[in-house]
Design a protein around this ligand. Sequence first.
Ligand code: TRP
Length: 338
Amino acid sequence: MSDRKNILSCIQPTGEVHLGNYLGAIQNWVKLQEDYDCKYGVVDYHTMTMPYQAKKLRENTWKLIFELMACGVEADNLFIQSMIPEHQELCWIFSCVTSYGELQRMTQFKDKSQQLKAGSKSGYISAGLFMYPVLQAADILIYHADYVPVGKDQEQHLELSRNIAQRFNHQFGKEYFTHPEPLFTETPKVLSTADPSRKMSKSLGPKHYIALQADSQRVVKQIKSAVTDTGESSGTMSAGIQNLFTILKATGNSSDHAALLADYHAGNLQYSSLKEVVATSLDGFLAPIRERHAELMQDKKRVKDQIKQSSNEIRKVAQETMREVRELVGIQTVRPVR
Ligand code: TRP
């Protein structure tokens, strides 16, 4: 065991990965692997909390694994949540040290309940949706994570995880669970190319996001059709143009970024030439990820075996935690079956 700090983060398999996901989270996950012991989960049980299709979920879980690996997440650090049933077991135990009231205060629960009530997604509000943050706490605490790289929207869930750890430790008389801290890293905020007043997101529809696996033609087309003028007052840069500059900078093309920004300030930037440069730079930036993805897809079975293997290795940590937790909470101990 190394003395590096533990990092844990997870992502839901809800379809394709887009540029916003990559620049906002995954790129950072890849970097963190250099300095931390990282575990990254594809959390398929969480996806069951909103209306979904069983067949799609299984497909999307593997699709996300391939995409994450194409981005540079190491297979050894990856696991699929449902391959480690101990998460569920710990979730139950945590549900008994979580108050009903604090779950009712979770803003994500309120937002998603509203969506379901408004009927934009047909369905009822499940107990699973209510329990979502308890399962998230189990994901984190079962590996004794020190840091959890997440977006600001997950701050409340992280706070709940710390409360659960504290209540558990207090109730069972041992400083057993680590208090995990969120890791907020400055990442580029990428906006929808069709409506730059909103964050790039899949839920807005395919015109709004640039899929990481989009081919050259599509990337170019989407950048060229990006909305630039959104009716801001003159003198301030429109959100659409800002977004194109953000993307350009993220691709690492700093010389063109500086030159075009100077053009903008001199008042002679041509949107068409900005788009031209962004499209070419972005396409070049995404090409190696696309190539790596194609390679991995040539060898599907090997990749899947690798992930089953890594999930099994990571499961050993979860089983050890559960052995100790069972001891602490007064239920029967069982021998791990593998
Ligand atoms: N709720 C997180 C999100 O929507 C996903 C998630 C589930 C997660 N379990 C986690 C994130 C554990 C960090 C750690 O982004």
